[in-house]
Design a protein around this ligand. Sequence first.
Ligand SMILES: Cc1cc2nc3c(=O)[nH]c(=O)nc-3n(C[C@H](O)[C@H](O)[C@H](O)COP(=O)(O)O)c2cc1C
Length: 446
Amino acid sequence: MGGGGGGGGTAIKGGFGSKGVFLTMMKSLVDKWFQPNVSRCWNVRELDAAARRRCHKYVYDYIAGGADDESALKNNRESFRRMYDAFPRVLNGVGPRNVCTKTRILGTVDVDIPFVPAPIAGNAMFHTDGERGVARTSHRFGTTYALSTLATTSCEEIDACLKEESRKTGKEDTTHKMFQMYVWNEGQLVDDALRKAKESGFETLVLTVDLTWFGNRERDKRNRFSIPPKLSDPRFIYECLKKPCWTIDAAIGWKNRTFEYAALRDDTKLMEKQRDDMAGFVRDVFNPTFDWEDAKALREKWGKKFILKGVHRADDAVKAFEYLNADAVWISNHGGRQLDGAVAPFDALPGIREAVGEDRELILDGGIRRGSDIALALALGANAVAIGKPIAFGLAAGGENGVERTFTILKEELERTMGLIGARTIAELRSKGKEIFVKRDQSRIT
Ligand SMILES: Cc1cc2nc3c(=O)[nH]c(=O)nc-3n(C[C@H](O)[C@H](O)[C@H](O)COP(=O)(O)O)c2cc1C
């Protein structure tokens, strides 16, 4: 897979006079000493540890934290190992040359791998490669890209960066772009966002409905999380000194306005609101009374492919297909960042699949940390899965190279699992899946 490595170049370009040259020199020096070597991370857990080493605590906690007691966060991860064991047949002739991870999603979108990056807000805070680094990696791996409403890069910038990447790699830009929308109550903001997404070639709208209220993220409260950070906080400055790699990169990004939500750039009033207090901003700008009728109106206004994200229950999934005419339902509890104690998406999957039937498309995210988790989710009924924190950790650990490492690890692990259970293709994995992965039940172990 083509050598990743925006390496921060995009954001640094343009500089800012002699100060810029100085910071760029400092960056290469500091990176030499302190930048974690992501090529030595062998799994997502090690990328997580590398992100923690490189990043300011306020950023790491923002990525890694959950709501309340973080029990949903933990439960998401554990759900994959709790109930099912693989019962593989042996000698099934699947080798690295004939294993194939290609599949089709959303009816018409051909992808080379059955996983997609989940929308994640504020990427440029993690590393100045930001959303562009994730979009470019998605392009190289032949999968879709989903941009958050609260991204630090605009739709236009993502479109331009993918075109540029396509020119550089000589690989046609077929990346299917999804735009994720929250339930805003500012009508003009919604209309502007949808218009810009359409103009920039985004083809699918992902409406996230599990964040009508803001989750109680106590780590962020403790760290006084805001975008941009409050530089008057001495604890913030002290932590900057401990994380020179992140700090120099962030200082370069700061001047290039990376610490801003791109969708709010022109709205100084809203920018100030979110700067003061994130939870207060969500209270003011989000619409907690948004209901099915509002979702239908938005879906009709968009008029193209549509996914409902944040579904936990079978009856809601059925309604999303029947009432909203959704192209897919995205089973998710926001990575455990919203309602603590919410069912793990993996535990909800079999019931939802049974209720909606075989032909409807289900995407699932939450707690996937291994390629074997991807295989299990597909075997039990997901058409594709989405990856959140593992990609954010990759970015926070090593910019675009780190994202590339996350994709590589998960793809290799998935292929190895398919080989060991004898599934040559994703279709085979899905059809044979229930026979191979069985409920942990002593009576079956003979
Ligand atoms: C740092 C962070 C920011 C997120 N921002 C968004 C967002 O802007 N929009 C959204 O729909 N989901 C957002 N999510 C949720 C993810 O899209 C996804 O549902 C979740 O991360 C999946 O769980 P996982 O992290 O265990 O893979 C965010 C998650 C994280 C970790």
